[in-house]
Design a protein. Structure first.
Length: 609
């Protein structure tokens, strides 16, 4: 709710002050402090693409959402398990191995990635950038029974593994499957095709929760509802294969709708492949949500290390589940350490495979970023107490999600999302391919050591397009390669071990005509704040807050500016506030969008979100 309009004399005084300040060349000062309500609705990006920032701390995830994921159009970020886990400073696998976080001690949101407050702030920052937050939820088990009494978690909580005692929840021995109490073995899984063993015995000595009991279900649901209450939008659920389907369904039935969108939380279930028993195969679990497609990831690796021309046969592959029920990936933290899928260690094959899964209409694609490793158990970069330090992209962390090509392909995936089929798949040779998604986008991939030139059917309208792998569309040209489409076809040179991708919303224009575009934003501010507009094209700063366009407060609370933009151009933009201390506050929700007309003018009348 906005403050009432001030008296006329006061308004005149403010207008004269603003005019004098503008005339002096100084930055105008904002007025009238009003804070947005904490539960203000947000608009989230219309995208199925997830950035999996595995084992990034909460501060680093928040920064990635604000500076990269939101502006690039990602729909969600997947984060590591946030509950208190065991702390293992002297394990047989080294100091603080990564798998600590899959051994919960309590449901406190105090972990090696940060505090509850930092987690909540991260969710808010991601929502403000238009990005949903999916949590890696560990609900099948607690910490290992091989952890002796007195072992502590990251919040200092003591527990007793052999005694099945987790007092902070609390859970006791009767809350777990044990030998002779629903588990038909001496404790571990001996037959991986036996559903009773797989769902009721201990996975890797982890204390297996007795999820048939409503009291256990209620505690798990309370943990998930705590996360939902903080704004979490969905879950990647660990080890679902080791829970009975009806048990998991009963838990999900107790979980609330999301705060931001008022819908059921998204669920992606981890169901490891390899079972001969149909009841333990991924497609048997889709009644409770989507499933991770391990077979797809393994198949993509086989082709990128063999012949990518064979990707044409993908519709006939024996995959884990139908496309509509799949969370797709090139790799994850388990698989990359086993070498059964591609990882950052595979160089250009890995990058090209990620371009491919963003382009191919199978499931909801994700791109994985984590830390580099030389042994399978090592800790992420951390301080002496195991707390993960801030992500610095480079030698210790992989940041493919922030690269120009991947960001470009996120936009490509969003643009082509409505077209669920591939057309005109062309194999120039065994390692050079191209295909299109209707009239929305075309991609060519060259998985060889030499550049390749060929003519392709793109399906795009005639004109000049920007290759979103090598650069971006500025509205007045391309920062990377420009490709001309004529008669729906284009002759394209694809660089060695690289790709070229074009889509309908990344057109280049060389027109000198400009469209006078007015931005009129109703924004309440406090003294010293200023309002700017920033967007995807050069005239709006290219998403760089330092180059954003200032708006005048002369008609406060309406802030105004008129900017000359290129005609017939898709524009994305947001309003930001620059604070007296130099920090920047982005309005919440997804990017605002419009297309400039071919001639005339354009006016945007908006209210701060």
């Amino acid at each position: 709710m906005h403050n009432p309009k001030p008296p006329l004399r006061s308004r005149i005084r403010r207008i004269l002050l603003a005019a004098a300040v503008i005339a002096s060349g100084l930055t105008p000062l904002a007025v009238v402090p009003t804070a947005a309500p904490a539960n203000a609705a947000v608009t989230l990006n219309d995208s199925e693409v997830t950035a999996n920032l595995w084992q990034w701390n909460w501060k680093s995830v928040a920064a990635a959402c604000t500076n990269h994921l939101g502006p690039a159009g990602y729909g969600a970020v997947q984060v590591a398990p946030p509950q208190e886990s065991v702390s293992l400073p002297n394990s047989s696998d080294g100091v603080h191995p990564w798998y600590e976080v899959y051994q919960p001690v309590s449901y406190k949101l105090e972990s090696r990635f940060g505090t509850r407050r930092q987690f909540a702030d991260m969710v808010t920052a991601c929502h403000n950038a238009g990005v949903r937050v999916y949590v890696d939820a560990v609900v099948n088990h607690m910490a290992g029974v091989n952890n002796p009494a007195g072992t502590r978690g990251y919040a200092g909580t003591e527990f007793n593994g052999p005694g099945y005692s987790f007092p902070a929840v609390p859970y006791g021995a009767g809350d777990f499957h044990r030998p002779g109490d629903n588990c038909p073995t001496s404790g571990g899984i001996e037959d991986w095709n036996n559903e009773a063993q797989v769902t009721s015995c201990e996975l890797l000595s982890l204390a297996d929760l007795y999820t048939e009991k409503d009291s256990v279900r209620n505690k798990i649901a309370a943990y998930l509802n705590d996360l939902v209450g903080l704004g979490v939008d969905g879950f990647r659920v660990d080890a679902v294969k080791h829970m009975k389907k009806d048990d998991f369904a009963a838990i999900l039935a107790k979980v609330n709708n999301t705060v931001a969108e008022g819908r059921r939380p998204y669920v992606a279930q981890e169901i490891f492949d390899g079972a001969a028993n149909d009841a333990l195969k991924a497609r048997a679990y889709i009644g409770n949500g989507d499933v991770l497609d391990f077979a797809y990831a393994k198949g993509v690796k086989a082709q990128f290390q063999g012949s990518i021309a064979n990707l044409a046969t993908l519709p006939s592959w024996n995959l884990d589940a139908p496309s509509a029920n799949v969370f797709a990936m090139v790799t994850n933290h388990d698989l990359e350490r086993d070498g059964v899928v591609l990882s950052y260690k595979n160089g250009s094959d890995y990058v090209l495979a990620n371009y491919f899964i963003l382009a191919y209409p199978h499931g909801k694609p994700s791109v994985y970023d984590s830390f580099t490793w030389s042994n399978r158990n090592q800790s992420p970069p951390a301080d002496g107490n195991g707390y993960v330090t801030d992500t610095v992209c480079g030698s210790n962390w992989t940041c493919l999600t922030q690269s120009t090509g991947i960001k470009g392909m996120v936009g490509w995936a969003n643009t082509t999302r409505s077209v669920k089929t591939v057309s005109d798949f062309k194999a120039v040779n065994s390692n050079v391919i191209g295909f299109r998604r209707g009239d929305r986008g075309w991609i060519g991939i060259n998985d060889s050591g030499s550049a390749a030139t060929a003519e392709f059917v793109t399906g795009l309208a005639d004109g000049d397009y920007c290759d979103v792998i090598s650069g971006t569309a500025t509205g007045s040209g391309c920062t990377g390669t420009t490709v001309t489409v004529s008669g729906g076809k284009a002759t394209v040179t694809i660089p060695a071990n690289n790709a070229v991708a074009l889509h309908a919303n990344a057109r280049a224009t060389t027109s000198t005509a400009k469209i006078a575009t007015s931005f009129n934003a109703t924004v309440t501010t406090y003294y010293g704040q200023n309002v700017y507009v920033v967007g995807n094209i050069a005239a709006l700063g290219g998403w760089n807050p330092a180059a954003a366009v200032p708006l005048s407060p002369a008609d406060y609370p309406i802030w105004r500016a008129t900017v000359n933009l290129p005609p017939a151009t898709a524009v994305e933009y947001k309003y930001i506030k620059k604070n007296p201390d130099g920090s920047v506050t982005w309005e919440s929700g997804g990017n605002r969008t419009f297309t400039t007309p071919s001639t005339g003018t354009r006016t945007n009348n908006d209210t701060w979100r």
